[in-house]
Design a protein around this ligand. Structure first.
Ligand code: GLU
Length: 479
């Protein structure tokens, strides 16, 4: 890899994948990896571009689709599939690279990948979406680009449980009798081998991360904030899967969601919006504008510039650019989407002292719970099935013993609360929370250990590169 240290980069005109490389190059000097190894980590390993025909009413249309596997240092590779008309090779390559760094940060033992189909899911009839998804899966099977130990897709922008169920069904039809076949895709409905809590996992992970970020008194003091999420004023852009669950769960922690932006416009209420009600309204009216008790802002983009403590861009990439960055008033930006802040914007925001919590860390909750789902599929047993009753009986015995020793009796409600053995959802959420906390501590420690590292993104890339470096060392490939 070339030494980019004194190359002048035109930050305003970087493509999405070049921005990811730019962040990588910025962090590389703080890692212990050699130039050769850095080149290998950064390089994109495999790109599969496909064009296939699909019957669309009376005509036949050619569909453009991709699967990119950025890194094979750990197998399988992992990453979602996006349905959008903005899908192109550069975007899928950038997103696949982000998956590699994301998996490393949260200790999910996969390489990074991403898929994309250039299609507008909202304007496409469901039967056509189904045939496109099934044909795409068949193309992946033909080229050996999918499988429990090869490459495991998941939902992303424009896809969800339904698409994952079609992928699973197509895969199982083409590979009958494969005992671990259910692990070929994650984000499936629970009835089809999915795991409890996967749908909300990215949003829940964002909130666990923010709760940890806001618990460090010295960092909060630097931003002029108090610790904790309670009372923090939050703006959320995008009420899709990630934005909705982030808004819903952060409110449970006492934060106030003062504005929500969607494609039809943005709504505002200083006293706080109830994301569950706004979501119901959006489903019914196909937009958020007009939500009872809210004020409508001039445009959706205006929401990003509101005075708030935490701004959560949870829609698409390149939302905060050098153009609107000077007007951003948030103290913390939580990148729930992938790539919402451009490098040129980041430079401006860093100078203003805004704390940006990078995508490769803060939205890693989705892939973390995908990993749990994959483990569940490989073990063929629901989490908690073996130990729940056993744990409850143990607790019951201990309570009895304490009651006998003290002569006191607990109320039946207290006993019920105390003996509760873990269900699948309890274990998933506990594993997710622990993952988000530990990962943040490693990023924060990296930043503190390197005084020249001024922002969390560079620290996150540094942590990630070092972990990938270690797995190459373990394989004995690089000196
Ligand atoms: N699409 C999600 C992401 O960008 C989840 C990927 C996965 O679960 O594999 O992280």
């Amino acid at each position: 890899m070339a030494d980019n240290s004194d190359k002048v980069v035109d930050l305003k005109n970087l493509s999405f994948s070049d921005s990811v490389s730019y962040y990588f190059d910025k962090a590389a000097p703080f890692t212990g990896a050699s130039q050769g190894l850095l080149g290998q980590i950064k390089a994109c390993n495999s790109i599969y571009k496909m064009n296939f025909p699909v019957k669309w009413g009376d005509e036949v249309r050619v569909i453009e689709a991709y699967r990119v596997q950025h890194s094979h240092h750990r197998m399988p590779t992992k990453g979602g599939i996006r349905y959008s008309t903005a899908v192109d090779q550069d975007e899928v390559m950038a997103l696949a690279a982000l998956m590699t760094y994301k998996c490393a940060i949260v200790d999910v033992p996969f390489g990074g990948a991403k898929g994309g189909i250039n299609i507008a899911p909202r304007n496409t009839p469901v039967d056509i979406l189904e045939s496109v998804t099934r044909r795409y899966t068949a193309e992946l099977v033909k080229k050996n680009f999918i499988g429990p130990g090869i490459d495991v897709p998941a939902p992303d922008y424009g896809t969800g449980e339904r698409e994952m169920a079609w992928i699973l069904d197509t895969y199982m039809t083409l590979r009958p009798g494969e005992v671990d076949g259910y692990a070929c895709v994650t984000g499936k409905p629970v009835s089809q081998g999915g795991v409890q809590g996967r749908t909300e996992a990215t949003g829940r992970g964002v909130v666990y991360a923010l709760n940890e970020v806001c618990s460090h008194a010295d960092d909060m003091k630097d931003l002029g904030l108090t610790t904790g999420l309670a009372g923090k004023r939050v703006v959320v852009q995008g009420l899709g899967n990630v934005g909705y669950h982030t808004a819903r769960i952060i409110r449970e922690y006492g934060a106030i969601v003062i504005a929500i932006a969607e494609s039809d416009g943005a709504i505002y209420n200083e006293k706080g919006l109830d994301p569950v009600e706004v979501h119901k309204y959006k489903e019914e009216k196909k937009g958020v504008v007009g939500f009872p008790g809210s004020k409508t802002l001039n445009s959706s983009a205006d929401a990003l510039e509101l005075d708030c403590d935490i701004l959560v861009p949870a829609a698409l990439e390149k939302q905060i650019t050098h153009e609107n960055a000077p007007r951003i008033k948030a103290k913390i930006i939580a990148e729930a989407a992938n790539g919402p802040v451009t490098p040129a914007a980041e430079e401006i925001l860093n100078k203003k002292g805004v704390m940006i919590i990078p995508d490769i860390y803060i939205n890693a909750g989705g892939v973390t719970v995908s990993y749990f789902e994959w483990l569940k599929n490989l073990s063929h047993v629901r989490f908690g099935r073996m130990e729940k009753r056993f744990d409850e009986q143990n607790q019951r015995n201990q309570i009895k013993m304490v009651e006998t020793l003290t002569g006191q009796t607990l109320s039946p409600e207290h006993v019920k609360q105390m003996i509760h053995g873990a269900d699948e959802i309890d274990l998933v959420n506990s594993g997710l929370e622990d993952t988000m906390i530990k990962a943040y501590q490693s990023i924060r420690n990296f930043k503190r250990a390197h005084p020249d590292v001024k922002d969390l993104r560079t620290a996150a890339f540094g942590v990630s590169i070092n972990k990938i470096r270690d797995s190459y060392y373990a394989m004995g490939i690089f000196p």
